[in-house]
Design a protein around this ligand. Sequence first.
Ligand code: 5AD
Ligand code: SF4
Length: 454
Amino acid sequence: MCGVGEQSAQKTFYLETFGCQMNVHDSEKVVGTLVQEGYRQVETVEQADLILYNTCSIRDKAEQKVFHRLADFKKLQAQGKKFGVLGCVAQQEGEKIFERAPHVSLVCGSASYRNLPSMLVQLEAGKSPAAATTPVRITGLDDRQTEECFETEFTARTNPHRGYITIIEGCDKFCAYCVVPFTRGRERSRTSESVLVEARQMAEMGYTEIQLLGQNVNSYRDPTGKKSFAELLAAVGEVCGIRRVRFTTSHPRDFGRDIIEAIDAVPTLCDHVHLPVQSGSTRILEAMQRLYARDEYMERIAWIKAAKREISITTDVIVGFPGETESDFSETLNLLDEVGYDGVFSFKYSARPNTPALNLDDAIPEEEKSRRLEVLMAKQREIQISRYKKYVGQRCEVMVEGKNPARGQWIGRTSQNKTLNFTAGGSQQPTVGSYAPVLVTASFPNSLVGELVM
Ligand code: 5AD
Ligand code: SF4
């Protein structure tokens, strides 16, 4: 029997992902689920019977991008293709998506992915369960009701060397600006045993780096009560074959000293903490409902800096939150100096549906937000220039991620999560996924350059 005939009868899907690492990993699980249901993934919309978008609504721009893309592909409906919107825009907009983009027949938020197999059956049957005569409109909008996590038997990871494991889904923090608690549902953790089973399976498959994921990864609560977050982190780091463990994103409020003690004790835990501060002003932190003051945040920074290894620290900042004065903003600027971050993801405040900040007065004009963002980015660039310079002359171990043929350089990543591009002389070529010692010879604001040393 010829495989081609079989393949052409197989249902095909195309999946495009917008947004954060959680979405990227959700997509890997969605692909796994669809493959188990007999679908085949294809690389272009033209080849696909089913076109899926896993969407992001964290800021206005991300959301607009999704609707533009959906509009672009409307004409493909005539070819009998079906469209589905997954993720945060799906959860946020719900059935309104059918009005705005009538060619869409599936709308499913992340808290309902575990129901995807039955939704796919309905989609193929070509009718919505409610009324057989209406266009196919299938929804999965479980929202905050769900207590379950999305676990799949098969996850189609895209990288064979490093992979994500979600340990906690959803968010219960309700920061005043953020849609996540509304789009990703309530906080729910997987059992430490199921996380460790997955980590061991990954190690057996040849993965050497694991990144533990959660909207607030350190708010993890083992439903069986066996392990704290720090204990789980250490246990994953001790899985045979695992050489690097990362975790993101940590919430300052739940960041305990025990996390640093785990990093001190377990060498495979990477020297990097991403700890979003959002603002350097206690007044604004309060308005943001972040649940910590500046000095409490700085206390956590002091713990991190007291670690045995030098830990790189990165953060997220929002500028132009309603009511942010010039003096609040300058407190954010001087916090950057005080901490000395190795990387800052900075954003202009974007008003989001359902969020408490939507009702706050004192909106900051768009141009002023842009100005503050530029000032902040210029300052951080200077900080990074001097921080990255310190590595020149040092030897760092990198995981080899790929090659840039145009530059004749290998691309590596240090334990501190810095990109280190390097050259390798003659016969000493490394392989992707291996670990290699590199001498740093030059630095830029966002990357290092070096030579392989053997
Ligand atoms: N506007 C701007 N930035 C936001 N973020 C979350 N919500 C908003 C918003 N409404 C940023 C925060 C968060 C990061 C993932 O995105 O800094 O840490
Ligand atoms: Fe959003 Fe705050 Fe939850 Fe992070 S902790 S996902 S910023 S609500």
